[in-house]
Write a protein that binds this ligand. Sequence first.
Ligand code: NAP
Length: 290
Amino acid sequence: MTAAIIDGKARAAALRAQVASAVAVLHAASGRVPGLAVVLVGEDPASSVYVRSKARATREAGMTSIEHRLPATASADELLALVAALNADPAVDGILVQLPLPKQIDERAVIQAIDPDKDVDGFHPVNAGRLATGIAGFVPCTPLGCLLLIRDVRPQLAGLEAVVIGRSNIVGKPMAQLLLAESCTVTTVHSRTRNAAAHVRAADIVVAAVGIPGLVTRDWIKPGASVIDVGINRTDAGLVGDVDFAGVSAVAGAITPVPGGVGPMTIACLIRNTYVSACRREGVTPDPAI
Ligand code: NAP
């Protein structure tokens, strides 16, 4: 068997185009332009690249990108004051503080200071609780993007066995919650799991979010399974995922490549969440297709 390659780049471009059309409709109806504020503290090169890409995608969707840069020496109080100002600014629908933050700043305190109704990253504990209890809020962008890719290849998710490898607050845990909400039977595998391969071999859907290059090998995969590789690992051989792509694509039914799979979906879902936030704040129903 040779797996179908899930084209995250094309899927993300389609979602971004849909959001841009919906933003134009919202603007025509209400005069409102959604705004996303992105805060970068310090000069971490990878974070700078992410922030630039997010700002470009925001503008391309017809929304306003508001960028704030603080020096690496900024204090927690300075950052919290900026977050408070953005919370109070009616032109700001979404607030994203790029992680990681410099050591002197407590990331949790900053995430908790963001108004949950502007938390388009979905990291605030209120949004984690909403996701766990089935209340509309904001879902973290990477697992949301994974779910959209999974739905494309598996339109009927109820009853399927799903294994999520990794239990971080930003990927693994919300991914497991999303699949549970789709009525999958969900297992979470982590660093203390005994015999991870045995769990993964039972899965119709595998989401790997670990950060170990090529951890998931062909012998872990049930023939025909859908495999979503969230991992981004920089190696001497270039950017690779957590899944051994060459081996696994010989047995899986569908697989995301790295790069070009989950990565582009993350930014597309950020744009989507910002549009949804603007609609909620304006009191209009977001386009249900988005
Ligand atoms: P993280 O916070 O480091 O979490 C990694 C998880 O993997 C932990 O839960 C850890 O278990 C588990 N783990 C470690 N070794 C394992 C093993 N041998 N077997 C099974 N599980 C193991 O990482 P993250 O933020 O979730 O990110 C995961 C990967 O996704 C990274 O490569 C990251 O770069 C990538 N990522 C990509 C995107 C994107 O847009 N495509 C977005 C976010 C992250 P414990 O909890 O027991 O330690």
